[in-house]
Design a binder for this molecule. Sequence first.
Ligand code: HEM
Length: 339
Amino acid sequence: MTISKLSASEQEAITDGVLAASLKSQQEKGPALRQVHPKSHGLVWGEFIVENNIPTALKFGVFAAPQTYPIWVRFSNAGEAEKRGKFVSDKEPNARGLAIKLMNVEGEKALDDEEKTQDFLLINHPVFFVRDVQGYVDIAKVASGQADAELTQAMQPSFAILQETGNKKVSNPLLIQYWSTTPYKLGSQAIKFSVKPQQQEEVSDSLPDSENYLHEAIVKHLTDEGKDAFFDFLIQVYVDEEKTPVENPMQEWKEEDSPFLKVATIRIPSQKFDFDERKRLDEGLSFNPWHTLSEHEPIGSVNLARKKIYQELAKYRREEIEKRLREPQPFAFVQDEPR
Ligand code: HEM
């Protein structure tokens, strides 16, 4: 497998730059919220049921033995807040996120801030919009008008992916497919994973005229209509650098090159989740691809950058949540009014 074109010191320096910019944006748009994916459509509980007939070659980490893990699942919009105190409406183009946290997971972990969790993070498109962490910096440069014509031109494929992802019509986050886009270890192999609903979405041409219609769709499904939701958790195994590259999450691993294999079922039972205590838990939790057993470690430049960024931003967010209560500050300091 080829490795990123970035040297280790470049990767580190660029990551620090992204971290600094992200912290600044979080400070401005909502210190106690996530910098990206701040808007939740719901945090719900469920089960992650590992299949009992997984091929031996794939029996690693949480897939080593048939077992049922309790999970928290968070549905989100990917984009930053519009401004302080104001989320972007669900009617605007956006990627949709899915974050899953397995609990009671035994084994050696990559980070030590949580002991028994295994997180899986996905979005509703098979590819990510940048190739490596440098791309994350470059696209921001172009978007803020600070790039020359050459870089602007070079980043067009990234903008095309963003547009394609954002323009997908989604009527219910429980009924769409999600992809990891970036690769992970499975023992000594590389894999990508995907979460696919067992029930297909029926998308009509007109979506509901409500800013929060995605949250409302989950409430209707799980609470008002009392229905469960089921997803298949699927994996794809690395074939070769041409068909299934590790260092380019902009390239899809096609199903015809590497078919999806089902390794688990996600069951989200009918439930109530639309209340304040749950929202506080949602705002305080940290989902991080590096909350992982070493058998499932994230790989590639984009994933490597996420290690420091997610940890530091979640730490900052939690400190802000605590700080605003520990020693109350006057409004002139808090400035929590929507701007
Ligand atoms: C260099 C690339 C990336 C950067 C800098 C980045 C940054 C972030 C940050 C700062 C957060 C909030 C963390 C927190 O405060 O707890 C976040 C959340 C999230 N990211 Fe990424 N991300 C990147 C790539 C990806 C990729 C490839 C995916 C998956 C396809 C992804 C999916 C998510 C999801 C689903 C969440 C929400 C987690 C939650 O619900 O708490 N991100 N990302």
